[in-house]
Design a protein around this ligand. Structure first.
Ligand SMILES: [Zn+2]
Length: 261
């Protein structure tokens, strides 16, 4: 049988299947996102079980897919996550970055830049201190930009005019854009779904632009301004944008949300 070896794969998600199988989402440098099944690994403490966890870097051997599902026939560990797993914030950030990567990726569509971003972030999580909330936001905006969905922070989508500092502006998480207050109030632009609007703190836009442009290492321990409106926080605006872009929830935010205000 034709076997394929993928030498750089990161486990970005999994579901247990049936009595003892596990279906893993692998993000491969060479192939992009693929799904593969590992059979009979959940019984008898199979040695693969500990390797097929989110965040691990592996070299895998696969046989070609049936119904888009590859069969895993060999695994070699390249990078372990044991140091990350000792710290709840690091672990949750890793799970978030892996889920965002999976969410923004298309099956069988390689994205080496996104792979590089995830690999780099996992490396920093291993060696750096506990990250601040700037890291998950930095990952989110870099991943959005790499995947072709950068938020529009400088101009208002509704009127296409620049947003000047000092003017009253909101971030619209479904449009992925800053909007003027005057444009929201303009009946011409109705209906604007108010639940997507967030009055951002003054420095939010420049902070987010810096997260995109600067290396993650430079803001590793920083937190982004935590402005809360009702139960929403500016910390999660970029995640909301991802959720609107892909039309489904980012599940791993729920743990992180209890750790960051
Ligand atoms: Zn406008």
């Amino acid at each position: 049988m034709n076997e394929t070896v993928l030498s750089n794969c990161i486990v970005v998600g999994f579901v247990n299947y049936g009595e003892s199988d596990r279906i893993v989402k692998l993000f491969s440098k060479e192939r992009g996102l693929i799904s593969a099944i590992a059979k009979r690994i959940r019984s008898h403490k199979h040695k693969w079980l500990g390797l097929l966890e989110v965040g691990h870097t592996l070299e895998v051997t696969l046989t070609p897919p049936k119904n888009d599902l590859w069969l895993l026939t060999g695994i070699q560990e390249i990078g372990s996550t044991s140091t990350i797993r000792k710290d709840l914030l690091k672990l949750s950030t890793m799970q978030y970055c892996c889920e965002v990567t999976a969410t923004l990726s298309i099956t069988d569509d390689p994205n080496p830049k996104l792979y590089g971003l995830l690999e780099h972030t996992l490396g920093l999580l291993k060696h750096m201190p506990t990250p601040g909330s700037a890291v998950l936001n930095g990952f989110a905006i870099k991943a959005l930009a790499i995947s072709g969905h950068p938020p529009q922070l400088e101009t208002c989508t509704l009127c296409t005019q620049p947003i000047k500092t000092g003017t009253d502006r909101y971030f619209h998480s479904a449009l992925g854009s800053m909007v003027h207050q005057r444009c929201i109030e303009n009946p011409q632009h109705q209906p604007i779904h108010a639940q997507h609007l967030f009055h951002t703190p003054k420095q939010w836009r420049t902070d987010v632009e810096a997260l995109l442009k600067q290396p993650m290492l430079t803001y590793w321990e920083s937190n982004i301004a935590t402005v809360k409106i009702n139960k929403r926080s500016a910390t999660w605006l970029l995640t909301e944008l991802i959720e609107h872009t892909v039309e489904r929830g980012v599940r791993s935010r729920s743990v992180l949300q209890t750790l960051y205000p």
